[in-house]
Design a binder for this molecule. Sequence first.
Ligand code: UD1
Length: 416
Amino acid sequence: MIIHGGAPLRGSVELSGSKNATLPIMMASALTDEPVTIRNVPRLRDVNTAIELLGGLGVAARWLGEHELELNAHTLSGHEAPYDLVKTMRASFVVLGPLLARAGRARVSTPGGCAIGARPVGLHIAGVRALGARVQLRHGYVEAHAARLAGARIWLDNPSVGATENILMAATLARGRTVIENAAREPEVADLARMLAAMGARISGAGTHVIEIEGVERLHGADHTVIPDRIEAGSLMTAAAATGGEIVISGAPVNDLEAVIVKLREAGVEIETVAGGLRIARPGRLRPIELRTLPYPGFPTDLQAQMMAMLTLADGASVITETIFENRFMHAQELMRMGADIVMKGATAVVRGPSRLSGAPVMATDLRASMGLIVAGLAAENTTSVSRVYHLDRGYEALDRKLAALGASIERAADE
Ligand code: UD1
């Protein structure tokens, strides 16, 4: 992605559907032999990977429109999620719960390491074991069997999003009642629960830290519209603030963005709700802040890189602490190549501003780090080229087109 920085973003932009909500919702289609329709599906590489994964299991996918996807697991025949797919997209692991519940067995590759940290799956495994599955780890695969799962009380050591989703889906078809305590409260978990409820599941408490599921005999087809992407919204907000622009994000999920709004306001960004969305402006200088990533409703780790990029421009020292992933400061090295002053010690980074960012060739290491570099590039002098754009295409729909429509000078190099 080649960016000529310096142009303040102006205009209005529409959000796509949430990637992190869409992926588990797609996996939920395997729980029923009736077709499901999912609307507001973002066109992303990760969605294609999920289609490929489900295809390998015998689930048919058909686009009904640009963002409407029909999935039909009537012909579910496989029970394996291969290493090749799981290693490119860790969210594939949440197919474990649906497969186990519907087919009685699943063989799912463990995801392995990741650029941002270890990404263990111990809580997912402990969860399905508690529901009565026999689980073995063999040849890098989790092999699980259960004639029928049985409801249980499960306390999560850590409110893992993926583990909560896996257990939630598995429990929908279990015999009896399941209670997940210390569950993840992310809006994407609540959206998955709404999809499952539309399919006939009996769930209460999704979006809080205790979720109760009363297992049913079978689930049926459903029609569900995915929530807007709060991480895309937050990314665009930091980009508008970093460039000193003014944008309106239509369809922004204001409630899901509370922590982000509070922190951006603290940094001097003007945010107000307008009909159908949010208006973001940065009329004056940015102020330094302290920031800690936390499980929802805390500040999301998926926006930490973008905030760091923005805070390089603030008048003073900001302190960022990353509490979710142990290795999620890879973008800091690249930001420093653009002139940022960042000192890291363990999970904390001190960002001293204001830096005069200058364009440079930089390399993306993961999805959100890439977006951080785009934010920096938009605010920097001269030309920034961000390579390994495939990371961005995993999770941002038409990002270059959306930013160009807001007045950014951004284009995709031919070889990307
Ligand atoms: C999801 C999101 C990802 C986001 C992350 C944290 C999707 C597709 N991805 O990832 O974008 O960055 O939530 O908000 O929704 N953990 C364990 N044991 C486990 C599972 C997790 O210790 O069995 C730990 C992880 O190491 C990490 C923390 O729990 O420190 C949070 O991870 P988790 O919530 O599971 O993230 P994902 O679901 O993988």
